[in-house]
Ligand binder design. Structure first.
Ligand SMILES: NC(=O)c1ccc[n+]([C@@H]2O[C@H](COP(=O)([O-])OP(=O)(O)OC[C@H]3O[C@@H](n4cnc5c(N)ncnc54)[C@H](OP(=O)(O)O)[C@@H]3O)[C@@H](O)[C@H]2O)c1
Length: 333
C-alpha cells in the first residue's frame, strides 16, 4: 500500500477556514480498527458548513471533512470486517470530530461501519448518504406516529434539496399524497417526476396567516428547513397530524404558539441521524435499498471530483444545490 494518500484538508488561516487538496502520510490518520480505501463520499449541508467554516462543525485543525463515505476495507483488527469487503459509514461524528470521507483513505471505528446492503453500489449508497438516510428516518417517524397514506396530504419542505428530494421519493413510494414546498417553483416538473402530486411556494407555507392557526391541511410533514417555514406549516397541520423536523436550512429559530399542539394535538418529532443505533440504521438502509428507484436516484445525483469540493460547497449555503452530490474520491469508482 502507498505510504501517502490524497485528502481534502481544512486549515484555519487568519480566522478563516481554507480547504486544500494535500498528500498526507498514512500514519497521520486517526485511530480506529478499520482502514478503508474510500471510493465515494458525498456533500451534505453539514459538510458545506464545515468546509466553508460557516458553521462551527470542526473544532480542531488540520482536519479532513466528509460525514459520509463508502469504500473497501484495506485492513481490520476487528473480526466483523475483512479486507476487500465493501462498507460505508454515515454520521457518528465522522467529518466533525473524527477525520472523514473526503480523502482516499479513512481509519474508523468498526462500530461506525456497515456492510453495503444488497443491491447498492458504493456510488448509490453515497447518492443516498446522510441526507437520504435522514429522509428515511423522517418517513419512519411519521409512520410510527400513525400517519397513513389515506390520511391526507403530506408536505415536504426544502423539497429540491438532498433530504427533501429523497423524502418526496420515499413518501410517494409508500403511497402518500406528497406536496413539495420549494423556493424554486420553476423546478415543479422535476419534483413531480420524483413523486410529488403538487408543488407549493415555500413563502405560502411560511406566510400562512397572522393568527395562531390556519386552515388545517397537512396530515403530516417532513421539514428540512426550520425557521418561518416550520412555524407556518405547524399552523396548518390537521388534527393529530405529525411533523418530523430535521433541518435548519431556512433558520434555526422557531417562533410559534402552543395552539397547534394543545388545540389540534399536533406532534412535532425531532430527527437526529448521526448517532442512530445500528439496528435502526440497518432497517432503514434495507428499506432505502429496496424502495428507491435506482434510475430516479441517479437522475437526482450529480457526481463531482474531490478537487471540485471547495468550489461546490458554498452552493449549499446559497440554497442552490439540487438533489444529491456524490464525490468520486477514487476517479475510477
Ligand atoms: N437532523 C439530522 O440528522 C440531519 C441530517 C441531514 C441533514 N440535516 C439538515 O437538513 C437540512 C437539509 O440538508 P440537505 O443536505 O438536504 O441540504 P440541501 O441539499 O442544501 O437542501 C436544503 C434545502 O432547503 C431549502 N432552503 C435553503 N435555504 C433556504 C432558506 N433560506 N429558506 C427556506 N428554505 C431554504 C432549499 O430547498 P428548495 O430549493 O426546495 O426551497 C434547499 O434545497 C439542513 O439543515 C441539514 O443540516 C439534518
Amino acid at each position: 500500500m502507498a505510504e501517502r494518500f490524497e485528502a481534502l484538508v481544512l486549515h484555519q488561516e487568519d480566522g478563516r477556514t481554507v480547504a486544500r487538496l494535500e498528500s498526507l502520510p498514512v500514519d497521520a490518520l486517526p485511530e480506529g480498527e478499520v482502514l478503508v480505501e474510500v471510493l465515494c463520499s458525498t456533500l451534505n449541508y453539514k459538510d458545506a458548513l464545515a468546509i466553508t467554516g460557516a458553521g462551527k462543525i470542526v473544532r480542531s485543525f488540520p482536519f479532513v471533512p466528509g460525514i459520509d463515505l463508502a469504500g473497501r476495507v484495506v485492513a481490520s483488527s476487528d473480526p466483523r470486517f475483512r479486507p476487500s469487503e465493501l462498507v460505508f459509514s454515515t454520521g457518528w461524528g465522522v467529518g466533525e470530530r473524527h477525520w472523514g470521507g473526503l480523502a482516499r483513505l479513512a481509519r474508523l471505528k468498526a462500530d461506525w461501519l456497515q456492510r453495503l446492503p444488497e443491491g447498492l453500489t458504493p456510488r448509490r449508497a453515497m447518492a443516498i448518504g446522510t441526507a437520504g438516510f435522514t429522509a428515511m428516518l423522517c418517513v419512519v417517524a411519521l409512520e410510527e406516529q400513525g400517519v397513513r397514506p389515506g390520511d391526507g396530504e403530506v408536505l415536504v419542505t426544502g423539497a429540491v434539496g438532498g433530504v427533501g428530494s429523497v423524502a418526496v421519493m420515499l413518501l410517494a413510494r409508500a403511497g402518500f399524497t406528497v406536496v413539495a414546498a420549494t423556493g424554486r417553483p420553476g423546478l415543479e416538473e422535476r419534483l413531480k417526476e420524483l413523486g410529488a402530486s403538487a408543488v407549493v411556494d415555500r413563502r405560502e407555507v411560511a406566510e400562512s396567516g397572522k393568527g395562531p392557526l390556519a386552515s388545517a391541511r397537512w396530515a403530516g410533514a417532513v421539514d428540512t428547513v426550520g425557521g418561518p417555514v416550520l412555524a407556518g406549516l405547524l399552523k396548518a397541520v390537521r388534527y393529530r397530524g405529525v411533523v418530523a423536523a430535521c433541518g435548519n436550512a431556512g433558520g434555526a429559530e422557531l417562533h410559534t404558539t402552543v395552539f397547534p399542539f394543545i388545540l389540534r394535538g399536533v406532534r412535532l418529532i425531532g430527527i437526529e441521524s448521526s448517532v442512530t443505533p445500528m439496528p435502526e440504521r440497518e432497517a432503514a438502509w434495507a428499506r432505502l435499498a429496496r424502495d428507491l428507484d435506482p434510475a430516479r436516484l441517479d437522475a437526482l445525483t450529480s457526481v463531482i471530483e474531490l478537487a471540485d469540493v471547495p468550489a461546490i460547497a458554498p452552493r449549499f449555503l446559497e440554497g442552490k444545490v439540487e438533489g444529491r452530490i456524490v464525490v468520486r474520491v477514487d476517479p475510477t469508482a
